[in-house]
Design a protein. Structure first.
Length: 257
């Protein structure tokens, strides 16, 4: 028996080699084995088998007895993965401290400050394209605040939102309390929705990283010379997205379910 390619790739992503995966899975199906037996069943050369077994032992994937010849046994996958996660977290923490302690003083001496790229997006069509890009790229959490939601807009994004919801993406929508009840009902099928009065502006936040903030609804009055397009700002920056998310959550707490 063999494990799926998906499981193999997941094990590889944790840092296990092809030999280590073959040895561990052969033990799963055989329960216990000597080194020579493991070599035959896994296809790992005998000259390499002890190095592979030792690596798996150190990483917490297998254990052995004190018999002669020595027998090797698989640990439960859940315990093995947990042990690797702890090891990776410890390594990450250690490397983080080394990098920050040595490089931050150098960075601070330069006097440089990180400047996020912020783009101005004008026109409903261009804004709609950017909003759709953010929605489609979201993997975990999508926050949407819309003061006015035209029915045609809801119909156009409904399939995309449904697709995200089916993938397990958390979708939260804050809308004006003047929103049509049918529209609210349609959005509620794929998202958690709350209504709020006196909403000004709006925006979209994807995965606490991508943010688009609507600054104005535009104006085109033929009776005057004053006119301007709908304008929004867009950025891919965790700091700005975090600020926008905090404000969204502030409005959310005060909104009606």
């Amino acid at each position: 028996m063999e494990i799926s390619d998906k499981a193999k790739k997941s094990m590889e992503s944790l840092g296990l080699t092809n030999y280590e995966i073959r040895v561990y899975t052969s033990l799963l199906f055989a329960s216990s084995n000597t080194a020579s037996e493991i070599s035959k069943k896994s296809g790992v050369p005998y000259s390499k088998i002890y190095d592979v077994l030792n690596s798996l032992y150190v990483r917490g994937w297998i254990y052995s007895d004190n018999q002669r010849p020595q027998n090797f046994f698989p640990k439960s996958p859940s315990n093995a993965v947990e042990a690797m996660m702890i090891e990776m977290e410890n390594n990450l923490r250690s490397n983080k401290n080394v990098i920050i302690n040595e490089l931050m003083p150098i960075y601070e001496k330069t006097g440089l400050k990180e400047k996020p790229d912020i783009w101005v997006v004008s026109g409903l069509y261009n804004i709609a394209i950017k909003v759709t890009e953010i929605i489609r790229s979201t993997k975990e959490e999508l926050l949407i605040a819309i003061p006015k939601i035209p029915e045609n807009v809801v119909k156009s994004i409904q399939p995309v939102l449904r697709e995200l919801a089916e993938k397990g993406v958390k979708i939260i929508i804050l809308a004006s309390d003047e929103t049509n009840s049918d529209t609210v009902k349609a959005m509620s099928r794929v998202a958690e929705v709350r209504l709020k009065n006196d909403m000004f502006g709006g925006g979209v936040i994807g995965d606490s990283r991508h943010v688009l903030i609507l600054l104005g609804e535009g104006k085109n009055d033929p009776t005057t010379t004053s006119s301007y397009d709908t304008i929004a700002i867009w950025a891919e920056h965790t700091g700005l997205a975090s600020f926008a998310k905090d404000y969204f959550q502030y409005l959310w707490q005060d909104a009606k379910k």
